[in-house]
Design a binder for this molecule. Structure first.
Ligand SMILES: Nc1ncnc2c1ncn2[C@@H]1O[C@H](COP(=O)(O)OP(=O)(O)OP(=O)(O)O)[C@@H](O)[C@H]1O
Length: 285
């Protein structure tokens, strides 16, 4: 194993070295070393504002590190890179968005290409139909996306991200708004992309239980620090109490993990609580 957690013979899909992200004197995480292997499913956990989405944005090339390096398949992040699927954090479409559900999924296949489509119209349509079926969206395939519920829209985002057979899949709370049945369908699809198609998966979530059976490693971010390891290594009372700097109890029951005692909000060095930062961001939009 190297220091970032992979056997030396495996070439990482994502590699971070000494990665540090700070805004002024507010450090989200620092000196993060992480290699994610093809086919590996990594859950990224942590409280609001700990820098989970920011980590995905760095890997995508949307944000630059304050220090350290990030490599995607050995290269610098490139926003135009093919083979990267993204399930973004949920935001609703405006009601009058002029796009049908099936068009949104099709954009995942040919939306980023200029010129003639690589797939013929019939093959494109049948691939889109198969994806819609897998996420349970066939019944609303021809509906405008703007009138769909949050969970229905979220299932389309998952189908779109998987449409082009990505080798790197970045998921930002992909199960948000989904009922239990569709949580299972979408997390199993993402797992399938990892284990059968060799995609490296980074899966940001507040709730590890729906994906517990799929997770190879956890990156837990909290209070400007992090801990990386298997579920058994990270999800312990000792590790979480250390990260939160407060007594936490991790209980395993009926194949689930229950974390008791997480502080309701974590104070940040600039004195604001995460909740109020997000509120003021939303108000500013
Ligand atoms: N450009 C910026 N300048 C200052 N602070 C920023 C900037 N971008 C992000 N932040 C702050 O960094 C923190 C981490 O944001 P991020 O969205 O990564 O958190 P998160 O862990 O994904 O949280 P959540 O669980 O609420 O989605 C937030 O408190 C945010 O306000």
């Amino acid at each position: 194993m190297d220091r970032a957690g992979l056997p030396a013979s495996v070439s990482p899909a994502v590699s971070l070295r000494g990665a540090t992200m700070a805004f002024g004197d507010r450090v989200l995480w620092q000196d993060l070393d992480l290699d994610v292997a093809p086919g590996e499913f990594v859950a990224v956990l942590g409280p609001n504002g700990s820098g989970k989405s920011t980590l995905l944005k760095v890997i995508l090339g949307f944000k630059e590190l304050s220090a350290g390096t990030v490599r995607i398949d050995g290269r610098a992040p490139d926003l135009r890179a093919r083979n990267v699927g993204i399930i973004p954090q949920q935001k609703s479409f405006a009601e009058d968005t002029p796009l049908r559900a099936r068009d949104m999924v099709a954009l995942g296949i040919d939306g980023h290409r200029w010129g003639p489509r690589l797939l013929g119209r019939r093959r494109l349509a049948s691939r889109v139909d198969a994806l819609l079926e897998k996420v349970g969206a066939s019944s609303y395939a021809d509906q405008p996306v703007g009138i769909l519920s949050g969970g229905e829209q979220q299932r389309l985002r998952a189908a779109q991200a998987l449409a082009d057979d990505p080798k790197l899949l970045l998921c930002d709370e992909p199960l948000l708004s989904l009922d239990l049945h569709h949580q299972r369908a979408v997390s199993s699809l993402i797992h399938h992309q990892a284990c059968d198609h060799g995609a490296a998966v980074l899966f940001v979530t507040h709730e590890i239980n729906p994906v517990l059976q799929y997770v190879d490693r956890v990156v837990y971010l909290a209070g400007g620090r992090f801990h990386i390891g298997t579920v058994d290594e990270v999800m312990t009372s000792e590790v979480l109490s250390d990260l939160y700097d407060s007594p936490i109890e991790v209980i395993r029951t009926n194949g689930r993990i229950v974390v008791v005692g997480v502080p309701e909000t974590m104070e940040h060095p600039h004195g604001l609580q995460t909740e109020s930062i997000h509120e003021s961001e939303d108000n500013a939009r």
